[in-house]
Design a protein around this ligand. Structure first.
Ligand SMILES: Cc1cc2nc3c(=O)[nH]c(=O)nc-3n(C[C@H](O)[C@H](O)[C@H](O)COP(=O)(O)O)c2cc1C
Length: 169
């Protein structure tokens, strides 16, 4: 099984999360690839995609993703397992916390991927999120701005959960 880790990051927070996830999965995962460099022709190499996207500009996808999200709305995505992770700031942007997870999923879901790694909203304090569906986040939310001390534990727990969902642990 090969796991691709693909992310966008404007100030480095999501990049650090991507590196941490890579460390957890070791040789099973690619080195994290910045989304603007990702060539959709390489999609076939991966059985699983872990996509990292922070929310920017009050409820928008990080700018590299604005241009790249459509790369993942292609027929090769059908049946592929996809996990989402991203950074946001629940204290500064409580009405749009982690919106980018939902915006990205709405673009790629019609291509037919299978979502893995949904994440509980317990322990977060925000008003609204497009990244929340049916009471859970669509993927891991990390808040380096207001809950940095929880990040490592959250990332480790999420990786363990994803491994279990993939039948690896
Ligand atoms: C101008 C600006 C707008 C932001 N808008 C949001 C937002 O709407 N929702 C959110 O959850 N976080 C928002 N953030 C917080 C970023 O997502 C957060 O700082 C994140 O860690 C950045 O990740 P990156 O370094 O990987 O780009 C915003 C930050 C800035 C500076």
């Amino acid at each position: 099984m090969k796991i691709g880790i693909i992310y966008g990051s404007s100030t480095g927070a999501t990049e650090i999360v991507a590196d941490h996830i890579k460390d957890h999965f070791g040789d099973l995962a690619s080195s994290p690839i910045e989304v603007y460099k990702f060539d959709p022709k390489d999609m076939e190499q991966y059985d699983v995609l872990l996509l990292g996207i922070p929310t920017w500009h009050i409820g928008e996808m990080q700018e590299d993703w604005e241009d790249a999200a459509e790369k993942f709305a292609i027929p090769q995505m059908k049946g592929k397992k996809v996990g989402l992770f991203g950074c946001g700031d629940q204290g500064g942007y409580p009405d749009t916390f982690g919106d980018a997870l939902g915006l990205l999923w709405d673009i790629i879901e019609p291509a037919g991927p299978e979502l893995i790694g949904r994440w509980s909203t317990d322990g977060y304090d925000y008003e609204a999120s497009v990244g929340e569906r049916d009471g859970t986040f669509l993927g891991l939310m990390v808040d380096e701005d207001h809950q940095p001390s929880l990040s490592n534990e959250r990332i480790e727990k999420w990786c363990t959960q994803v491994k279990q969902e993939l039948g690896l642990g």
